[in-house]
Design a protein around this ligand. Sequence first.
Ligand SMILES: Cc1cc2nc3c(=O)[nH]c(=O)nc-3n(C[C@H](O)[C@H](O)[C@H](O)COP(=O)(O)OP(=O)(O)OC[C@H]3O[C@@H](n4cnc5c(N)ncnc54)[C@H](O)[C@@H]3O)c2cc1C
Length: 291
Amino acid sequence: MIPPAFEYLRPKTVPEAIALLKQHGDEAKILSGGQSLIPMMKLRLARPGYLIDINRIAGLAYIKEEGGFLKIGGLTREAELEASPLVRSKYPLLTDTTAVIADPQVRNLATVGGNLAHGDPANDHPATMLALGASVVAIGPSGEREIPVEKFFPGLFTTALQPDEILKEIRIPIPTPSSGGAYLKLERKVGDYATAGVAVQVTLDGSGTCTRAGIGLTNVGFTPIKATKAEASLQGKVLDKAAIQQAAQLAASESQPTDDIRGSADYKRDLVRVLTSRAIERAIARVKGGA
Ligand SMILES: Cc1cc2nc3c(=O)[nH]c(=O)nc-3n(C[C@H](O)[C@H](O)[C@H](O)COP(=O)(O)OP(=O)(O)OC[C@H]3O[C@@H](n4cnc5c(N)ncnc54)[C@H](O)[C@@H]3O)c2cc1C
């Protein structure tokens, strides 16, 4: 299928891109990897009059630790994240997540910034960023602002970005040494969106007590869900079987799935319970040096 006609604009700098966004307002869309936007245009679900391709802007793709954060440039490809030795060694939750997004061809083009900016509750990064306590740096006509990821998804396919803002960077607090995470997703076949997905990140102290827990849920509501009750239930506890089961039950109760082609709401709720329990167990194993 061929998308409707549009004007193609190719700025070379961020200020140029912002000026174009300001000039064309609601009619303009940023083009990053194009792996969500172009299919939506082909299906006539999006009809931007102007595509502002930011792929030629230097300095928007990077992965680095700086000032207490892992900083990921908005234009960083999924394939770069997946292959990063830094991410593999210290952020297994991120590696788990990127590895189950679509297929290698899509991951060669799709960007981490685009995954968040699209605002799709079926996308995998939002839950992971919620679990990691990340924030997003947006840049617009009046400069930069930082938005916590928990405030970034106000509604279905909606984000806190203004129409004239670009998602420039994702910031993840560098976890303390006794931390571990895991992302588990059930998909009908490789490359599919999640029937349900669960991201978990935990920090334990020397006695094995949980000092921080982050839990995010994928595709079981109109927005990505931060399972705050489940998180709170783990805090201050030694993570034995009973504590894990209680958190998993709470996460299931916080999910808001609907019946669709991937399964019934009841099935998905129970899936969240099972995946949460397994993801916590894997996260704990990783704190202790497991794979
Ligand atoms: C076959 C297939 C299977 C897929 N399966 C999965 C999956 O299992 N899990 C998953 O998470 N995703 C999946 N995806 C989606 C994929 O990860 C997308 O690439 C991603 O959601 C969007 O990233 P992008 O760089 O391609 O963004 P684009 O398609 O270029 O843009 C998407 C939206 O975000 C906006 N945008 C993009 N970048 C920015 C920015 N820096 N600042 C402001 N706005 C911006 C665009 O204007 C547009 O509205 C799949 C895609 C395909 C084609």
